[in-house]
Write a protein that binds this ligand. Structure first.
Ligand SMILES: CC(C)(COP(=O)(O)OP(=O)(O)OC[C@H]1O[C@@H](n2cnc3c(N)ncnc32)[C@H](O)[C@@H]1OP(=O)(O)O)[C@@H](O)C(=O)NCCC(=O)NCCS
Length: 199
């Protein structure tokens, strides 16, 4: 029996993540990214590890109050078809739900794969999509409300000409595993004033 571990990425995984991604950047299937952006975004990444080797990765990039994108979901070609991509995607979907994402989109050529995971194609409105330059300006904007206001089918330009797909997620549950509760009393306060601090 072979087991592959899916876990949060570490900085030491970045060379392997870049190597995997570049397999598909070269084919025009993924958008090229700078080396530093992988380190800046390391907390967005999950990786699949097999005997100490990174054989897959995927990331969750949040844009606004309820909107996020699945990015750079890649499995080493020799390891595909065993459920690794599905496991990475399921984990990213769970993380998205947990933090309050309700609309999760991707830009992909892997439409069958994403459809099996609950994503549906969106109408191609790319004639109306904002340009890469405008998108870059929006990301640098200090006006916090502008990005969430944009209709999300136009939020990110579809520069590779692939399919935009979306999955709607349920509201987050109160997740006891993701918090600790500290109970204490303020000195001199009566019992009714006992404070609970949720971390
Ligand atoms: C999309 C991608 C990540 C899927 O990775 P993967 O590890 O092959 O994914 P899975 O194994 O979970 O699923 C692939 C297929 O294998 C089959 N499969 C899954 N688990 C299986 C198992 N245990 N045994 C046999 N077959 C299995 C599924 O039927 C699935 O079919 P589908 O694609 O029609 O849904 C991979 O093809 C890839 O790297 N593509 C290129 C990069 C890319 O375009 N990424 C998306 C843009 S972000």
């Amino acid at each position: 029996m072979t087991s592959v571990k899916v876990r949060s990425a570490r900085t030491g995984d970045v060379p392997a993540i870049r190597e995997l991604s570049h397999l598909y950047v070269g084919q025009g299937r993924l958008v090229p990214r700078s080396a530093v952006s992988y380190y800046e975004g390391i907390r967005e990444f999950q990786v699949a590890e097999y005997h100490g080797r990174i054989v897959g990765c995927g990331s969750l990039h949040v844009y606004g109050p309820d909107l996020a994108e699945i990015r750079t979901l890649v499995v080493d070609p020799a390891s595909q078809g065993h459920g690794i991509g599905g496991a990475l995607l399921d984990r990213l979907v769970t993380m998205a739900t947990r933090i309050g994402v309700r609309r999760l989109f991707c830009l992909t050529f892997e439409t069958d794969f994403f459809a099996r995971h609950g994503f549906t194609p969106m109408p191609q409105g790319d004639g109306e999509a904002i340009t890469p330059e405008t998108f870059a300006q929006l990301l640098r904007s200090h006006d916090d409300d502008r990005v969430p206001e944009l209709p999300f089918d136009r939020l990110k330009p579809n520069t590779l000409g692939n399919m935009r797909m979306v999955r709607l997620l349920p509201a987050p549950a109160d997740d006891a595993q993701d918090s600790i509760t500290i109970t204490f009393e303020f000195p001199g306060a009566d019992a009714a004033d006992e404070a609970q601090l949720l971390v």
